[in-house]
Design a protein around this ligand. Structure first.
Ligand code: COS
Length: 383
């Protein structure tokens, strides 16, 4: 639940101004250079964007889920690369520690994450374990006061900048599925960690991913999240429940931005003697987009409020992520269509959003995984 409307309004208007004045004007530069300039990163730190979800006791802003999605509905109006930079520290990289970590672990890591000086990444995916996360092969074998980690993690967002990884690894290789998996906090400068070269991607330039390779990397036993083996898969799933609501909010924000651009274009672009926005076939695309955005926005806020109420949200998070990401893809396609030939040209910027948005249907669980989660939950409830 929103705790203090007035404070939240100030935060939201600060983010909106930052998006308008600093991020949007730099989108093109970031797309060309594949780098977010250091001064913008510093401003993101100053506004507190890295600490949005971290409790006040550890130096963050302690936003509720509803407040977090409202913040993302603002931040997400700029290129998704900006959100990506804070996304893992605000979300999947820190939340495992927050949800299941010991007090000592929280005190050691969360305050530095809240300032944005320590970037957290989430290391679950592997070359042969993507959607089937429970089949991961990376091992963490106990050896005295440490675990020895071996394996490769793939497509790890923010790995090139990370100071710490939330790592899922198999502590019990005799158990093939989820039960043998544990979660660790691993300092990125630990001996035995190396990074692959940065992945070249279809879109979201400025957001960086790469492989993270562990070769006999010793992780102190004190860094086992919660101090208990075998709980890492559940930690990851709980983290993803929350992350999926966050991503759904970003999908809504990106769709709103694209629709704004398409609407403006339709109002000024003239063909056959009048603005193309006067043609009903263009209006249909605008109207369908508006209605679908409204539906997704309502879903996102509802799922967030349910989580704040302490209700289970696995189904709602997957529904919101599924619908919002697919909706965003449709809106991206229509926006390019409304722009016509200009939509295909880089200088108009809309093709960049079209490419950026394609990732939403894939990461933090593909559309097909969301379908599977939703249907399974329904069948489980019936039983
Ligand atoms: N919250 C808490 N616990 C959960 C959970 C959730 N959301 N989802 C599953 N679990 C628990 C289950 O209850 C089960 O525990 P028990 O055996 O004690 O009942 C355990 O975790 C294993 O779950 P399940 O049997 O459902 O695992 P599966 O391997 O069959 O499938 C899916 C799990 C497919 C849902 C999972 O692997 C997944 O989400 N994959 C996509 C991964 C992903 O999103 N990757 C993106 C990269 S990270 S950016």
């Amino acid at each position: 639940m929103i705790r203090e409307q007035e404070t939240l309004n100030i935060l939201l208007s600060n983010i909106a101004r930052f998006v308008r004045e600093r991020l949007i004007p730099n989108e093109d530069l970031i797309a060309r250079t594949d780098e977010i300039p250091a001064d913008i990163v510093a401003e993101m730190q100053d506004i507190g964007l890295f600490g949005l979800t971290i409790p006040e006791a550890y130096g963050g802003l302690e936003l509720t889920m509803e407040e977090e999605v409202r913040a993302m509905l603002e931040l997400g109006r700029a290129s998704p690369a900006f959100r990506s930079l804070i996304g893992t520290t605000v979300g999947i990289g820190s939340q495992g520690i927050l949800l299941d970590g010991t007090e000592e672990q929280k005190q050691r890591y969360l305050p530095r994450m809240a300032t944005g000086r320590l970037i957290a990444s989430f290391a679950l995916t592997e070359p042969e374990a993507g959607s089937d996360a429970a089949s991961l092969k990376t091992t963490a074998i106990r050896d005295g006061g440490a675990y020895v980690v071996n394996g490769t993690k793939r497509f790890i967002t923010n790995a090139p900048h990370a100071g710490v990884f939330t790592l899922m690894a198999r502590t019990d290789p005799s158990r093939a599925g989820a039960d043998g998996i544990s979660a660790f906090i691993v300092d990125a400068d630990s001996p035995g960690i190396s990074l692959g070269k940065r992945d070249r991607k279809m879109g979201q330039q400025g957001a960086h991913t790469c492989d993270v390779i562990f070769e006999n990397c010793r992780v102190p036993a004190a860094n086992l999240i919660g101090g208990v083996e075998g709980r890492g898969f559940k930690t990851a799933m709980k983290v993803l429940d929350k992350g999926r609501i966050h991503i759904a909010a970003i999908c809504v924000a990106v769709a709103e931005r694209m629709l704004d651009e398409a609407l403006r274009y339709a109002a000024q672009r003239r063909q056959f003697g009048r603005a193309i926005g006067e043609f009903q076939l263009i209006q249909a695309m605008l109207a369908d987009s508006k209605a679908e955005i409204y539906a997704a926005r309502s879903m996102v806020i509802d799922a967030a409020c349910r989580r704040d109420d302490g209700l289970p949200v696995t189904t709602e998070a997957s529904c919101a992520k599924l619908f919002a990401s697919e909706m965003c893809g449709r809106v991206a396609d229509r926006a390019v269509q409304i722009f016509g030939g200009a939509g295909y040209m880089s200088e108009y910027g809309i093709e960049r959003f079209y490419r950026d948005a394609r990732l939403f249907r894939i990461y933090e669980g593909t559309t097909q995984i969301q379908q599977l989660v939703i249907a399974r939950q329904m069948l489980r409830e019936l039983a």
